[in-house]
Design a protein around this ligand. Structure first.
Ligand SMILES: NC(=O)c1ccc[n+]([C@@H]2O[C@H](COP(=O)([O-])OP(=O)(O)OC[C@H]3O[C@@H](n4cnc5c(N)ncnc54)[C@H](O)[C@@H]3O)[C@@H](O)[C@H]2O)c1
Length: 189
């Protein structure tokens, strides 16, 4: 008999084409207030689409997410969230944008809703990474786990082919790692 210790994570997952439209009702269902929308400069149009859907539920847009979450960007985003009185953050994008949401949640506990547009999978982990003085440090904290993940497959259509291939291989690597991870979901097969 194999012994194990497993910590389950409580998360809501919404999946489906055009499920993006569930965001407004999801914010209400979770009892959250004004959302700070997070994105990269390249995905500003998608964040603006969300802003149009949410109307007065939006606190603002922070569009400066970059890869590996530089500490300066994290600090700036935390300040913007505080200044705007955001009650939650909605990260629309890949692992870099989700990672920025996690960096905010790490210090403020701000609830995060993730809307992934790549296959990085960061939205499903409580692992965060922040880069300071050129060194990326990672850690684990339950506060950074997004409350809800909205998977809308139509959002991945705009991902360039080269990124689709590398992101897809990243997803396959994560699946393979799940076979031997020490903290994986117990499986007997
Ligand atoms: N914490 C975790 O568990 C975890 C897991 C996986 C990856 N990561 C981190 O995530 C980062 C990489 O994330 P990534 O590979 O998703 O890339 P990314 O988030 O950096 O995105 C790369 C580029 O693609 C653009 N993009 C993303 N989706 C798009 C779409 N649908 N259409 C058009 N453009 C789109 C982005 O705006 C960005 O310019 C790394 O920092 C990595 O360490 C963290």
């Amino acid at each position: 008999m194999r012994s194990f210790t497993y910590t389950s994570h409580q998360q809501r997952v919404i999946f489906g084409a055009d499920s993006l439209h569930m965001l407004k009702s999801e914010i209400e269902a979770l009892g959250l207030s004004k959302a700070l929308l997070l994105c990269t400069p390249e995905q500003r149009d998608q964040a603006e689409r969300l802003a149009g859907m949410l109307g007065p539920q939006v606190a603002g847009i922070f569009d400066r997410a970059v890869m590996h979450v530089p500490i300066e960007t994290a600090r700036e985003a935390r300040q913007v969230a505080e200044k705007l009185g955001a009650g939650c953050a909605v990260a629309i994008g890949g692992g870099s944008t989700t990672g920025l949401g996690k960096a905010i949640a790490l210090v403020s506990g701000l609830p995060i809703i993730a809307i992934p547009t790549t296959y990085a999978g960061s939205e499903m982990t409580s692992i965060y990474g922040i880069t300071e003085a050129g060194i990326k440090k990672t850690g684990k904290d339950p506060r950074v786990l997004p409350r809800t993940v909205i998977y809308d497959p139509t959002l991945s259509i705009s991902l360039p082919l080269a990124s689709t291939v590398t992101s897809g291989i990243n997803a396959i690597a994560h699946a393979a790692e799940g076979l031997y991870a020490q903290d994986g979901i117990p499986s007997w097969t």
